[in-house]
Design a protein around this ligand. Structure first.
Ligand code: GLA
Ligand code: ZN
Length: 677
């Protein structure tokens, strides 16, 4: 693992700070600093949307205000994550150079306004960003208070302008030997959509081509590639300005528009913005959902990440912006730390006075000062992070992995197959995730490009796309003694969404000892039942429901563990096992209820003698357990997502570093123990 040590060498606590909004009132900065210190804040993100204040006219720069603020914060012990302001541009730029304005999928060019809407390709936009970034690096890159570059903000969206079309054509050209090869692999003979030359390639559009799945997939790949190319140029400009500081960019919750798994090399450390909707369903369900995304982000670089934004109270953009109940802000923040974050940052430090985010929650509200409930909760979180400071830069070791692959998601969702209403693909991943987590096991979520070695169990839910390179890894993994679980709707197409002939799971029929013959889609509310087969080595306490998708298998060596009970495929296998060389290959043919995954994975873990810090005991309902580790210690986080207190005994051979009194874990509270390794 390569680490990215940030200068303060401790867990960061702070958030987005946009003081350029009140430069005319210097007393606000003084008040803010007082509040930040009260709230145990040690780091703010500055300049994210400040281009118009940094370059008010083309070529006229003003860094004086930023110097004053950074100096002032540094004197008070507050560090700065400095942004490159490419996320929103000043008006003069698009007035003078309209090519920087994004063109939408219907080929209409946007007017000036909003943010995150530049053309990804425009040489002029890139040049203007380059000039400003280089100057920022020269001005602030060696300031002792600046610790990290925050590259742009939440990169996203796509541009369909002529410049982007040209770049897309070149991208496609570089990936195929000639247009005949492209036609073959994209299956363009269907509906007579054959291309005569690469010059005819256009991005997908509802006004034109939208049903050519390979084109859609290549376009999405291109958007990721072009976004990263843009980001690389941003970082190059900082390096030209002689800054050696590490760079991050902030990612978005399950954002589908960019393949974040390709962000590995461009950034030194990844970060993301987490805005869970608490208090709507069972808190544990929400915790699993955002816990999984923490793990997805951490698994990309397999090292600590940063929580770059979160809301200290309520947002203003969710359908209903509910206040976090007392304690929830700290619980949610410590969840990020438990899953491998080295920071808790908020949006925003001070609530804006006007425009579209004026009612978004903040550490310092419109009333100001330190008497409010929210700033006091933030201060408690700050104190907790100080108590946990030795956890900084520790890592997360996961004995199990789930394959979660962006390109697979893109292809599967676009494919027009057995269910267009909802494939419940994310839910399928969550079911495995929930089961592993409830067993107290840390989980990595990895792409098909990452290695499988080192994991004791690997689960692959709905791996619709499969390239040979990945199937080779699976084969080697199982051969060498691994336990591999794959589900329905896997290994169906190649990387251009072209179906495999002669049976699926195409590359792995021998490993699983079966073939998928048909797939049945169930209407909402319909169910089949899977019952355990008698006389196996398995012991399931009951039958389980299956919904949405049920495959009909033909076995070629595998044995049934559970069988369907209803419909014309009653008695067909629903779950199978197959010994392959030293390992085991398990196949789940239907969308089984979560309880099945729990009972199934518990038995697989038992067979492997694989236990988390909680051992064989069942973790109490609503409680989450996870660990981080460094050379000397394992840190065990136990978090209570119930609103009520539970009694809990200290784990053997541990010292408590945060939490518990009298063996009672209050509602929404966390306890952290450390154990010598
Ligand atoms: C995003 C943006 C921020 C802000 C917040 C509001 O994450 O990055 O600038 O708009 O949302 O929740
Ligand atoms: Zn463009």
């Amino acid at each position: 693992m390569n680490t990215t040590l940030l200068k303060p060498g401790t867990l960061l606590h702070g958030g987005d700070y946009n003081p350029e909004q009140w430069l005319d009132r210097p007393e606000i900065l003084e008040e803010d600093i007082r509040c930040m210190k009260y709230a145990h804040i040690n780091c703010v993100s500055l300049g994210i949307f400040a281009w118009a204040k940094l370059e008010p006219q083309e070529g006229v720069f003003d860094f004086s205000w930023m110097h004053e603020i950074i100096d002032r914060l540094y004197r008070e012990g507050i560090h700065v994550i400095l942004a490159t302001p490419s996320g929103a541009r000043p008006r003069w730029l698009s007035d003078r150079y309209p090519e920087v304005l994004r063109v939408d999928v219907n080929r209409h060019r946007n007017l000036f306004g909003e943010r995150h809407n530049h053309c990804l390709t425009s040489p002029i936009y890139r040049k203007k960003v380059h000039i400003l970034n280089k100057k920022l690096a020269e001005e602030f890159g060696s300031h002792p208070g600046v610790i990290l570059w925050h590259i742009s903000n939440e990169y996203g969206g796509e541009c369909h302008c002529p410049l982007c079309q040209e770049a897309f054509r070149n991208f496609v050209r570089s990936r195929y030997a000639d247009i005949q090869e492209l036609n073959k692999r994209w299956c363009t003979t269907f509906w007579s959509h054959t291309y005569d030359s690469f010059d005819q390639i256009e991005s997908p559009s509802p006004r034109g081509e939208s049903g050519l799945h390979a084109l859609n997939l290549e376009w999405k790949r291109f958007v990721t590639c072009q976004t990263l190319d843009f980001a690389k140029e941003e970082i190059e400009a900082l390096r030209e300005g002689e800054s050696v500081l590490p760079a991050t960019t902030n990612l978005m919750y399950y954002y589908d528009g960019l393949n974040y798994q390709k962000f590995t090399d461009t950034f030194d450390i990844l970060s993301w913005d987490n805005y869970p909707v608490w208090h709507k369903k069972a808190e544990m369900q929400t915790a699993l959902d955002c816990g999984m995304f923490h793990d997805i982000i951490r698994s990309i670089q397999k090292k600590p990440f940063l929580l770059m934004e979160s809301c200290p109270s309520a947002t203003n953009w969710q359908p209903v912006s509910k206040l976090k109940r007392p304690g929830m802000q700290r619980l949610s923040s410590l969840q990020a730390i438990a899953h491998g974050s080295d920071s808790v940052q908020y949006f925003q430090i001070r609530q804006g006075e006007g425009a579209s985010e004026k009612f978004h929650g903040a550490v310092i509200d419109h009333y100001g000062g330190t008497e409010g409930r929210v700033i006091n909760e933030v201060a408690e979180t700050g104190k907790a992070l100080e108590q946990l400071r030795e956890i900084y830069n520790s890592t997360v070791a996961a004995p199990v992995a789930i394959i979660y692959d962006w390109e697979n998601n893109w292809a599967m969702q676009d494919a027009a197959g057995p269910r267009n209403e909802n494939l419940f693909a994310k839910e399928a991943v969550l079911k495995s995730y929930e089961a592993f987590r409830k067993l107290g096991l840390n989980v990595d979520l990895i792409s098909m490009e990452q290695p499988l070695e080192g994991y004791q169990i690997v689960a692959a839910p709905m791996l619709y796309v499969m390239e040979e390179s990945f199937s080779d890894k699976v084969r080697d993994y199982v051969k060498a003694g691994g336990a591999f679980i794959m589900t329905y709707w896997s290994d169906i197409v190649d990387g251009t969404d072209r179906c495999f002939m002669k049976g699926t799971p195409h590359h792995l029929m021998d490993v699983f000892g079966l073939r998928q013959a048909e797939i049945d889609a169930l209407y909402e509310g319909e169910q089949n039942i899977a019952a355990p087969v008698t006389d196996t080595s398995w012991s399931f306490p009951r039958e389980y429901t299956c919904s949405h998708l049920c495959e009909l298998l033909k076995l070629r060596g595998a044995t049934s563990i559970l069988e369907y009970q209803e419909d014309f495929y009653a008695d067909y296998p629903a779950v199978t096992e197959h010994a392959y060389e030293q390992g085991m290959a398990y196949y789940i043919a239907a969308d089984m209820e979560t309880e099945f995954y729990l009972d199934f994975y518990r038995q697989i873990a038992d067979k492997l003698q694989l236990y988390g810090p909680w051992g064989k005991e069942t973790i109490p309902e609503g409680v989450a357990v996870s660990t981080r580790e460094n050379m000397d210690y394992t840190y065990i986080f136990v978090q209570n997502y119930n609103s009520h207190a539970i009694s809990i005994k200290p784990l053997p051979d541990t010292d408590m570093i945060y939490g518990l009194s009298d063996n009672i874990l209050d509602g929404y509270e966390t306890v952290v123990w450390k154990k010598k390794r």
